[in-house]
Write a protein that binds this ligand. Structure first.
Ligand SMILES: *Cc1c(COP(=O)(O)O)cnc(C)c1O
Length: 400
């Protein structure tokens, strides 16, 4: 990829996505489940640009959505309703109503209270809502606490006993159709055991439901597959699929897998330019034109992103903090990072920025969000324009 050319053509800061890489990851994971009924439902929140969602839709992907906005994106991008799932711990009545009216595959229910709301709303609409229950298997996924979701300490899902009650309730309701069961224990998982253990717990639950005549069709294993940002050794799709298949042995279920990060993280690059170098005492800083409002992960999770300097002479290096212009000390891309010597206008490539990058962006400090560019078959296309001042204030125009 010619980053220099792209930066000249579209300016910086800039997100660049390699759609061909996304296709490869999609096919690799799909292949791992070969011979079994399976749907990959791309987790839209990882990178929700319409062109990216459509790209996965064109490959046959479904969509896992965590707001009605994401459901709308998926449908707008051409993903058929029967491949769309709506998850999330706090769905509003309006969201539930629209999801039922959109006739999506199912709503992932995350509490007993929510189940009652879904039932009530389906009744009011004279409809039947397909549901799945998100089970919290209380398994430690061994990832960053902010992205762990499968422990009782986390707000997600319901414990096994509550889940069972909910299935019985749904089975006896004229407005609910329990079709699936779901777990998602965390993100950036690099160990297979917690996933396997969770799958075994949830598969046992499926068997015990079968015994009371509740027959589910979908075994929704969530997402969470980790990727390599630095040197992490992570889970291989083949081993992942084998573990899941092992857990559901003897059961006739369609597997739903909801990968986000795995499909997009390493397809994305964030391009930013050096503005200044400065030194406070012994501490050296490289100030760039991108910031935490563009790519929040380092600030939020202390996440590592590889930074590559596009300079000819890489022999001389300095240990620096790479920081943005935002008025927060937490505004950094890397700390104590060994970077080749750079000067004003040199280009830095921040790697692995395709997942939870642009989508976590904001207008903090009244900074417009970066433009987004997709590269496919060697051709580049602008898929979202850079936000200008007028875009940022558009909804405040009638100020008092
Ligand atoms: C975030 C999320 C995913 C995707 O997680 P990744 O770690 O990006 O694969 C899948 N399912 C649910 C319910 C989610 O909330």
């Amino acid at each position: 990829m010619n980053f220099k050319q792209l930066a000249t053509k579209y300016k910086t800061p800039l997100y660049v996505y390699n759609l061909d890489y996304m296709s490869e990851r999609y096919k690799e994971l799909k292949e791992a489940f070969k011979g079994r009924k399976s749907i990959l439902a791309y987790a839209v929140k990882a990178n929700s640009n319409l062109s990216v969602v459509k790209h996965f839709g064109d490959l046959g992907s479904g969509a896992d959505c965590v707001s009605i906005g994401e459901v709308r994106r998926a449908l707008l991008a051409g993903i058929p309703p029967y491949k769309v799932i709506f998850s999330g711990v706090g769905k509003s009545d309006d969201e539930i109503r629209e999801a039922i009216l959109s006739d999506i595959l199912y709503i992932n229910v995350e509490s007993e209270a929510e189940l009652f709301r879904v039932e009530q709303i389906a009744k009011e609409l004279g409809s039947v809502s397909r549901i799945s229950v998100r089970v919290n298997p209380n398994i430690d996924p061994k990832t960053h606490p902010y992205i762990s979701t499968g422990l009782h300490d986390n707000k997600f899902g319901v414990d096994i006993d509550s889940a069972k009650r909910m299935y019985v309730l749904a089975k006896n309701s004229t407005a609910l159709d329990p079709v699936g069961i779901h777990f998602h224990i965390g993100s950036q998982l690099t160990h297979l055991e917690p996933i396997y253990e969770s799958a075994v717990i949830v598969a046992d639950m499926v068997r015990s439901l079968l015994a009371i005549d509740i027959e589910l069709k979908f075994f929704d294993i969530g997402g969470g597959l980790g990727v390599t940002y630095d040197k992490e050794v992570t889970i291989k799709p083949y081993d992942y699929a084998q573990a899941i298949l092992g857990a559901i042995k003897g059961l006739d279920l369609t597997i739903i897998c909801e990968p986000g990060r795995f499909l997009t993280a390493n397809a994305g690059y964030f391009l930013t330019k050096v503005l200044y170098e400065k030194q406070n005492g012994d501490k050296k800083f490289v100030v760039v034109d991108g910031a935490m409002n563009d790519l929040l992960r380092p600030s939020l999770y202390n996440a590592y992103h590889k930074i590559e300097a596009l300079v000819e002479d890489k022999s001389k290096t300095k240990v620096v903090d790479v920081v943005g212009p935002v008025c927060e000390s937490g505004d950094f891309f890397a700390k104590n990072y060994e970077l080749p010597e750079v000067k004003r206008n040199d280009l830095l490539i921040i790697h692995s920025a395709g997942a939870y990058g642009f989508g976590m962006g904001s207008n903090y400090n009244t900074r417009g969000r970066s433009a987004e560019v997709a590269v496919k078959g060697g051709e580049d296309r602008l898929i979202r324009e850079r936000e200008e001042f007028e875009d940022i204030i558009a909804l405040e125009k009638e100020f008092i």
